[in-house]
Design a protein around this ligand. Structure first.
Ligand SMILES: [Zn+2]
Length: 358
């Protein structure tokens, strides 16, 4: 039985989202969450997933959402970030079904100072729910990992209570995902902030599961945001397995993988580390840096190959009067960017075992 026997194509929320993550956890694959900043990058991600026969997660960062609305408008009070996230969400909802795949619509990192953005998106979810019986977004992420664990949980719980009413999923982060430019060697350090402790996971699980099971945890296991050469990062994805065991044992649960984990800062990690993380219950992995490069690479390659045709509107190596419109039309070179991005998203799906699962 494939995934499309369980959940429909198009944007999925609530119970369908629950079914999808449960299915992914059971079959040990994870879904890449692609950071998108435009209709072009959204379409590329959807196209890649369709051709791979896999579900996909489209997510907007705070800055990406503002960019979607347009750099020309003010982001005072997070106005542009709210507008862009909602506009992007409607674009995804409008086209997703035509790609024939299940799509999770998500917003990325929201730190405490960006809470007005979160509030704005939630208001849009509630408005959508009143009309359609489901939220606009499938899920949102709250990142209060820089605050104390107690405050992190407290604020998340407050939001989760509101989100549970509209069947919206919450992703939270605990522990510090590093992001320094030069790879600080933390291989000997086993401190509580770089490596989330089992007790932290249990505390979150206890507090959240009283409200709903629609939540996931981005735990720190030595991951870093940004790009490093493989091997530079000491990842300990096996810690996730320890967390699962601990929660199961402490609460006397049936499931071997009671927690849905999210993998942040995965750029540059080895296939083995990714596979281990997925086996221990990672159902979502963020992909941003690598698809940014892929998008650019398509344009760079095109320019290098067609340089002589891109120096003026008229005149190229074939003749001084030859027009160049079919080279500089944005649909041509933006499409080249989309093609290389499609390839990279498909690679991410492959790395996560998320191929031919529909
Ligand atoms: Zn993170």
């Amino acid at each position: 039985m494939g995934l499309l026997d369980i959940v429909p194509a198009g944007v999925i929320t609530g119970d369908n989202l629950r079914k999808l993550y449960a299915y992914a956890s059971k079959h040990a694959f994870a879904i890449p969450a692609i950071n998108c900043t435009s209709s072009s990058t959204i379409n590329a991600a959807l196209e890649a997933a369709r051709d791979n026969k896999s579900p996909i997660i489209i997510q907007f960062s705070n800055g990406g959402a503002a960019f979607y609305a347009g750099k020309g408008i003010s982001n005072k009070g997070e106005a542009a970030s709210i507008l862009g996230a909602v506009a992007g969400a409607h674009h995804v909802r409008q086209v997703a079904k035509s790609y024939g795949i299940p799509v999770i619509l998500h917003s990325d990192h929201c730190a405490k100072k960006l809470l007005p953005w979160f509030d704005g998106m939630l208001a849009a979810d509630e408005e959508y729910f009143a009309k359609h019986g489901e939220p606009l977004f499938s899920s949102h992420m709250l990142d209060l990992s820089e605050d104390s664990k107690e405050e992190n949980i407290e604020i998340c719980v407050k939001y989760l209570e509101r989100m549970a009413k509209i069947n919206c999923h919450l992703e939270m982060e605990i522990g510090i995902t590093g992001g320094e430019e030069d790879g600080v060697d933390n291989s000997e350090v086993d401190n509580a902030s770089l490596y989330t402790q089992p007790q932290d996971i249990l505390d979150i699980y206890n507090a959240f599961s009283k409200i709903t099971d629609l939540f996931s945890i981005a735990a720190a296991f030595g991951n870093v945001h940004g790009v490093y050469a493989p091997g530079n990062v000491k990842l300990h994805p096996e810690l996730l397995g320890k967390h699962q065991e601990f929660v199961k044992k402490e609460l006397g649960l049936e499931s071997d993988k009671p927690v849905w984990f999210v993998f942040h800062g995965g750029s540059g990690s080895t296939e083995q580390d990714i596979a281990t993380a997925v086996n221990f219950g990672v159902v979502k992995m963020n992909v941003d840096t690598d698809t940014q490069w892929a998008y650019w690479a398509g344009i760079r390659n095109f320019y290098e190959a067609k340089k002589g045709y891109l120096q003026g509107q008229v005149g190229n190596p074939d003749g001084a009067n030859k027009p160049n419109k079919k080279f500089y039309d944005p649909r041509v070179w933006v499409r080249e960017a989309e093609k290389t991005m499609v390839d990279r998203v498909q690679q991410a799906c492959k790395d996560l075992g998320n191929v031919n699962v529909l």
